[in-house]
Design a protein around this ligand. Structure first.
Ligand code: SF4
Length: 344
């Protein structure tokens, strides 16, 4: 059994549901705190469970403290090299630190960070990244180097009796990411944060992440996920949630919409479907809603849905399990759908 690590009120491992997380894009600065807190509230309604912020300097610590005090979800500090920032982040109230003990200097510094984390009950995520593998391992192939680096970090933690840790092994190649995580899981019982690093803009990122996550999650590997997107946190969270749902690891609503063709009498592919998607992201009911472009194939194609919508001119037809039960017009369709979802 994979050990359970508590990050604030979120459990990672130990059979807990797989959680979705993201990383803030704006720097931690005083003037950004309100925007960051408001973004976190929005991300939480979409299903995000954890958020990580880069803490590159001392100036980041005060906004970090403000954010931790007002946060709606556990905050993770991402620190490279500087052990003083790790100590400052623990003091600021973070729920987890991403840091590699092997990178922070001598034994005294490692001991100080691990002691501070142990005293505060703050876990550590050791993040092995294909772009920053240790120099002495660069002769090895990437998968072996990532595993070796993870093993070296785990040995340091174990030497100090610190086991409140999550690991990640992220490479930019999805297959190599799968291989590294599989091999790590054979050796260690730490929970795994899975992700493909430098995965690119939305479309390539979704494809690469889905390939790696679905393989790993179907093998029971991966306790928390982050989809790295050259884009917004919102995209990262929505992609993570959709991938989990597609892999059978997350409940909640599901949108089915047709691709649209020349028969369409209704905007099933663009604005309306996007608005329905938005409604569904804010709901946690296990409801399936289908948006179909026409009444020729729509009702049958939507027959498995709890609520199906098709267009017929300006009229919107509502189906329940394939049977027509309401008719409205475009202007009222969304509010009617909202009511139907509330009643579900
Ligand atoms: S539901 Fe109608 S519009 Fe949509 S793809 Fe099928 S036939 Fe085309």
């Amino acid at each position: 059994m994979v050990r359970c690590v508590s990050v604030g009120d979120v459990k990672i491992g130990g059979g807990a549901p797989v959680s979705v997380q993201t990383m803030g894009k704006l720097p931690l600065r005083r003037e950004n705190t309100e925007a960051l807190l408001s973004e976190m509230r929005e991300l939480k309604t979409l299903g995000c469970r954890l958020i990580r912020f880069a803490v590159p300097d001392e100036e980041s610590l005060e906004p970090l403290r403000i954010i931790c005090a007002a946060a709606v979800m556990p905050v993770v500090a991402d620190i490279h090299f500087d052990y003083r920032l790790a100590l400052g982040a623990v003091k600021a109230g973070v729920a987890k630190i991403r840091i590699n003990p092997g990178n922070i200097g001598g034994e005294e510094r490692v001991a100080a960070v691990l002691q501070a984390c142990a005293d505060a009950g703050v876990p550590i995520r050791v993040g092995i990244n294909g772009g920053s593998l240790p120099v002495h391992l660069r002769e090895l192939d990437k998968v072996s180097a990532a595993l070796e680096a993870a093993g070296e970090e785990a040995d340091i933690l174990e030497k100090y009796g610190f086991r409140n840790a999550v690991f990640s092994l992220k490479l930019s190649d999805p297959q190599k990411t799968v291989e590294a995580n599989r091999r790590f899981r054979k050796q260690w019982d730490y929970p795994l944060h899975i992700g493909v690093t430098e995965a690119g803009p939305l479309i390539p990122s979704v494809i690469r992440s889905t390939l790696a996550f679905s393989t790993l999650l179907n093998e029971g590997i991966g306790e928390t996920v982050r989809v790295s997107v050259s884009g917004s946190c919102r995209d990262e969270v929505m992609c993570g949630i959709e991938i989990l749902r597609a892999c059978g690891k997350g409940g909640g609503p599901r949108l089915v919409s047709c691709p649209k063709c020349g028969r369409a009498r209704f905007d099933s592919d663009n604005r309306f479907a996007a608005q329905v998607q938005e409604l569904l992201y804010r709901c946690d009911k296990p409801i399936t809603v289908a948006v179909m472009g026409c009444e020729v194939n729509g009702p049958l194609e939507a027959a498995d849905a709890d609520i199906g919508l098709t267009g017929a001119g300006n009229a919107i037809l509502f189906y329940k399990k394939g049977r027509l039960y309401k008719k409205t017009d475009k202007a009222n369709a969304l509010s009617l759908l909202t009511e139907e979802i509330e009643k579900f």
